[in-house]
Design a protein around this ligand. Structure first.
Ligand SMILES: NC(=O)c1ccc[n+]([C@@H]2O[C@H](COP(=O)([O-])OP(=O)(O)OC[C@H]3O[C@@H](n4cnc5c(N)ncnc54)[C@H](OP(=O)(O)O)[C@@H]3O)[C@@H](O)[C@H]2O)c1
Length: 297
């Protein structure tokens, strides 16, 4: 992508759509979160990017601020720790003013058959991907959204047919999706809207976190037969933050090339013996004595 193309609008959304909206993007320094932060920045938002590693956040924030001639704010935050989220919100409010929207994208997991997931590994992923979102929603609400309303869009995953090789993340993302439905109802009177975006296999910096080669063939696990892009996830998130999505809450948009319908990462081994095929007989074959004679039928 040419540099000037990048700065002058490759978004399908209109220029200035998010002007002066204060938006926190967790995990906004890398991958999908960075693509979301970039498009929001391009459309005029005041974007804060928040995660654990300040060095990476700084680089991304300086890069975006330079490219779009604006001020992207990096803040350290570990979503597993409530006090860390509270400090992050305080810093953003002090820097930009009250937070309008939150994109909850920060998270992570590791690949392992359930048989080999340890108790601590299970707890670490649940703590990040389930408890982390609970913490984030509560703090966002308490630090302003209960009074001013707001929107929260959460990145989940393609867990619709279970999540072989990532049982922990499947369980936590399904929990989060259900939590957003509950809060979409309970918090509707606060004018808080919560929705999710469920990505399939998206080529991103997240691939560095897996053993080399593990993700290489995941493009084959959807009927579209390709990887998705970070920009395709960003487009769905921005739609849910846009005024045209004001009547949508408690909903999830799947951006997965159809992987929720077809494509399996876990080959189920065939049994050694072929099952017998015993098709049940028609009633007239089972009870011929009661079957009508041909001329009575
Ligand atoms: N790529 C895919 O195919 C795919 C598919 C489904 C779902 N997802 C989900 O989409 C999100 C973005 O993933 P990605 O592919 O862009 O990978 P990524 O580059 O690894 O992004 C994950 C981000 O989450 C942040 N993060 C991790 N733990 C955190 C914590 N405890 N507190 C705050 N921030 C934390 C990381 O920053 P720090 O290390 O600085 O904390 C990082 O910026 C993740 O939740 C991922 O699980 C990705």
């Amino acid at each position: 992508m040419a540099d000037d193309q990048k700065k002058s609008g490759n978004s399908i959304f209109r220029d200035g759509l998010f002007t002066d909206k204060v938006i926190v993007v967790t995990g906004g320094g890398t991958g999908i979160g960075l693509a979301i932060a970039e498009e929001l920045t391009q459309l005029g938002a005041k974007v804060a990017i928040a995660s654990r590693k300040m060095s990476r956040l700084m680089t991304a924030a300086q890069g975006l601020s330079h490219d779009y001639n604006t001020d992207v704010f990096p803040v350290v935050c570990d979503i597993r720790k409530r006090e860390s989220i509270e400090a992050m919100f305080d810093a953003v409010v002090e820097h930009f003013g009250p937070v309008d929207f939150v994109v909850s994208n920060g998270g992570g997991q590791f690949a392992s058959p359930a048989e080999s997931i340890s108790e601590s590994g299970w707890k670490a992923v649940i703590d990040t991907n389930l408890n982390g979102n609970w913490n984030l929603y509560k703090v966002a609400a308490e630090k302003g959204m209960y009074d001013r309303g707001g929107r929260i869009v959460t990145i989940v995953a393609d867990f619709w047919r279970g999540f072989p090789l990532m049982a922990h993340t499947g369980a936590s993302r399904a929990g989060v999706e259900n939590l957003t439905k509950t809060l979409a109802v309970e918090w509707a009177h606060h004018k808080i809207k919560l929705n999710c975006v469920a990505p399939g296999s998206i080529v991103s910096t997240g691939f560095h976190n897996y053993p080399p080669g593990l993700m290489d063939d995941t493009w084959k696990l959807n009927p579209s037969m390709r990887f998705g892009t970070c920009e395709e996830i960003a487009a769905a998130v921005l739609f849910l933050l846009s005024p045209m999505a004001d009547f949508i809450t408690g909903e999830t948009i799947k951006v997965d090339g159809g992987s929720n319908l077809w494509g399996d990462a876990w080959p189920v081994p065939e049994p050694k013996e072929k099952p017998e095929v015993n098709i049940p007989p028609w009633p007239e074959d089972r009870w011929p004595q009661f079957a009508p004679k041909e001329d009575e039928s």
